[in-house]
Design a binder for this molecule. Structure first.
Ligand code: GDP
Length: 216
């Protein structure tokens, strides 16, 4: 694993008396869609035009405060190459959240994102929070290949949060992570708790309830 560990505390402080919720979040998506760039933008506020490709997985951390909760994201940035696909379950197993990234100028990357949703629904924790993120929204309208309405419609039908973002300009990048934090916080406030092996356990809902949800 390439070490890209950044201990950052942009939003430091623990308003809930020092108790920090650890959230394992995995970034999934094709190579080149901007996963590392999204993570770097969120954690360091930086963007590199020529990011070197992630090999295996890289790891970053970032803490955010939301309501009275402090949430520390352990962000696993996976390699998008097909030859590393078999390693992916190692990273999404036990994850409380996944951000599935596609490139709005690349239809194939969107198809792969849909395939990732199916895979997570079948093999990840039933309560995993999933955000679908269309990256490179800064690109010229002529370059766009995936329409926002199509992705939004898919997300609504599959119980996902959806955002378009740009790691390059910074647009909506922190919103991706805040969407995850908000969903997890809401679940906790409704009586769920984080089990680091199984994800968030919701009071009164069983794994099979969640798996019954229509997918794709
Ligand atoms: P990864 O393989 O999914 O981790 O993708 P990278 O983060 O390495 O990004 C791949 C390429 O896309 C790099 O050249 C980035 O500079 C570029 N890139 C990433 N995010 C954006 C974005 O939001 N807009 C534009 N225009 N380019 C981006």
């Amino acid at each position: 694993m390439r070490e890209k560990s950044v201990m950052s505390n942009r939003q430091s402080g623990t308003p809930n008396g020092g108790k920090i919720q650890h959230v394992k979040l995995v970034l999934l998506g094709d190579q080149g869609v901007g996963k590392s760039s999204i993570a770097l933008r969120f954690v360091r506020g930086e963007f590199n035009e020529n990011n070197e490709a992630t090999v295996g997985a890289a790891f970053l951390t970032q803490t955010v405060n939301i309501k009275e909760h402090s949430m520390k994201f352990d962000i696993w940035d996976t390699a998008g190459q097909e030859r590393y696909h078999s390693l992916a379950p190692m990273y999404y197993r036990g994850a409380q959240a996944a951000v599935i990234v596609y490139d709005v100028t690349d239809t194939n990357s969107y198809e792969r994102a849909i395939a990732w949703v199916k895979e997570l629904r079948q093999h990840a924790s039933a309560h995993i929070t999933i955000v679908l993120a269309g990256n490179k929204a800064d690109m010229a309208p002529e370059a766009r290949a995936v329409q926002s309405e199509d992705a939004r419609h898919f997300a609504e039908n599959n119980d996902l949060q959806f955002l378009e973002a740009s790691a390059k300009t910074g647009m909506a990048v922190s919103e991706i992570f805040m969407a995850v934090a908000t969903k997890i916080t809401t679940n906790i406030e409704h009586g769920g708790h984080i089990d680091n092996r199984k994800g968030i356990q919701l009071k009164g809902r069983t794994n099979s309830d969640a798996k019954k949800k229509k997918c794709c």
